[in-house]
Design a protein around this ligand. Structure first.
Ligand code: GTP
Ligand code: MG
Length: 318
């Protein structure tokens, strides 16, 4: 069994070496442990420091493409390297690589497909209140959007372990981040998620990902909604269509009652037009929902093809 530890990094020259050195290279049940750094267009010495500290593989993006893209590339490359388990850890030293054995244990025992390390956010004295609230909100939204029995405790954690099967099943499209989308995918696909408490330390240096909370909320929120929309298009279009259609019908009934009583449309002619437009728009939304459902089913078939292709490639049958 081979473990590949992926580290997405953007300008982490001060911390990346420490992160790499903290990763245990011998873990019970694993024949080898390799480190793969995904440098996302860093403008300083991240790559140099990573190589010096013993990174086995480095992928470099010419430009800064986003954490979501870097994570996706990391998963893909780890599979190509023959990984049976993939652990992702941030390059800023906030997570403790010494906890990797704990994280991979449920995978080695085949008790889970994805192990999520969760931070005890309420008790992190150094985390600003605004960030705590933002974290809770994003986790709540991820839970609402993905259902599932046991609620996810910390959807923003960057320390997690994936079985090969879980990695093969990930079909991600978010550019900015991967954290919520991967959990939603795992839940939609019925993968087994185990959650374990992990250490979380203060960050050295400024956040690379979150310049301010409102921009994070906007960008992560968009990914959560887009993922939900992809999986449940009829719920989204059905809701829009239902609200529009019912408003149109209610307005239409009012106009009709007036017409039956007064014998003339006036002064409700504008309402009659609005009712007709709303009803037509509502019907269109339902029809769009039906088309989107067809596309969703197509995507499921395409994902199955991609899954089988990746599996062959990762088994060296490419
Ligand atoms: N590939 C890539 N990685 C990034 C980018 N921005 C941040 N990262 C990396 O993603 C990890 C998490 O980023 P952080 O800035 O620590 O974000 P965070 O941990 O969610 O938030 P903080 O609490 O502020 O640290 C780190 O390893 C960063 O180097 C990016 O644009 N591209
Ligand atoms: Mg961080």
């Amino acid at each position: 069994m081979k473990l590949v530890v992926t580290i997405p990094a953007y300008n982490e020259e001060n911390t990346i070496a420490g992160v790499i050195r903290e990763i245990p290279r011998r873990i019970d049940g694993l024949a080898s442990v390799e480190v793969l750094v995904i440098d996302d267009g860093s403008t300083e010495a991240t790559v140099h420091k990573a190589r010096q500290a013993g990174a086995d593989h480095v992928i470099s993006h010419t430009n800064n493409e986003g954490l979501g893209v870097a994570f996706r590339d990391g998963l893909e490359a780890a599979l190509q390297l023959g990984a049976d388990i993939i652990v992702n850890i941030d390059g800023d030293g906030q997570y403790n690589g010494g906890e990797i054995p704990k994280l991979v244990k449920p995978l080695l025992e085949n008790k889970a497909d994805l192990v999520l390390g969760w931070r005890d956010i309420d008790n992190l004295a150094f985390m600003p209140k605004g960030k705590k609230i933002g974290n809770k909100l994003a986790t709540w939204l991820t839970n609402i959007a993905s259902g599932g029995k046991a609620p996810i405790k910390d959807a923003q954690s960057g320390f997690r372990a994936f079985s090969k099967e879980a990695a093969l099943r990930m079909h991600l499209s978010g550019q900015y981040t991967y954290v919520q989308e991967t959990l939603m995918e795992a839940r939609y696909k019925g993968l087994r998620i185990e959650q374990l408490p992990i250490e979380f330390r203060p960050r050295r240096g400024s956040s690379r990902l979150i310049p301010n909370l409102s921009s994070y909320a906007r960008r992560a929120g968009r990914i959560i909604l887009a993922t939900y929309w992809n999986y449940h298009p009829m719920r989204v279009f059905g809701f829009i269509g239902g609200v529009t259609l019912l408003t149109g019908i209610a307005l239409g009934i009012r106009v009709l009652v007036h017409f039956l009583q007064a014998g003339v449309l006036s002064p409700h002619a504008p309402s009659a037009i609005a009712a007709a437009l709303l009803m037509a728009t509502g019907m269109q939304a339902f029809i769009l929902g039906l088309f989107a459902e067809v596309l969703r089913k197509q995507r499921i078939f395409q994902e199955e093809i991609l899954y089988r292709l990746r599996k062959r490639e990762s088994n060296g049958q490419g």
